[in-house]
Design a protein around this ligand. Structure first.
Ligand SMILES: *[C@@H]1O[C@H](CO)[C@@H](O)[C@H](O)[C@H]1NC(C)=O
Length: 144
């Protein structure tokens, strides 16, 4: 059985279209897949808390961590630009907190205090058109 040339070309065109749609759909999916894992899940006063970000692409421009419901200069904990000499720049919400960012988008809050509880948000700038975001609720328990 022979497939006429015309039909074949049409077939590969639609296959190409399906592949492009699949790639777009996967990009959307990975955007939703950014996830913050808290280690430990329920930190106690004076414990170190790691906020480990999963699903970060291999290459990105920079990332910002915020403490609060809104993401703006006033809630920014720090900016991290991987590959430069001083990659971490603390923001106005850092205060007396001891937070260290890692090149993989994660951060550790050293000696967490109950006053550090709140909404932690991360925004990872992939390129000028695409920023991936994730948030998590942190509750630091006081000493019993
Ligand atoms: C990110 O890096 C930190 C420090 O090296 C590590 O503890 C953490 O597990 C890493 N997270 C991911 C998701 O790779």
């Amino acid at each position: 059985m022979e497939i006429p040339m015309g039909t074949q070309g049409c077939f590969s065109k639609s296959l190409l279209l399906s592949a492009s749609i699949l790639v777009l759909w996967m990009l959307q999916g990975s955007q939703a897949a950014l996830h913050i894992q808290k280690i430990p899940e329920q930190p106690q006063k004076n414990q170190d808390l790691l906020l480990s970000v999963q699903g970060v692409p291999d290459t990105f421009q920079d990332f910002n961590w915020y403490l609060g419901e809104e993401m703006y200069g006033g809630t920014r904990l720090f900016t991290y630009i991987p590959g430069i000499q001083r990659p971490q720049r603390d923001g106005s919400a850092m205060g007396q907190r001891d937070i260290v960012g890692f090149p993989n988008g994660s951060m550790v809050l050293r000696r967490a205090q109950p006053t550090d509880s709140g909404t932690y948000q991360v925004a990872i700038t992939i390129n000028s058109e695409w920023t991936m975001k994730a948030k998590t609720e942190v509750q630091v328990a006081g000493k019993c």
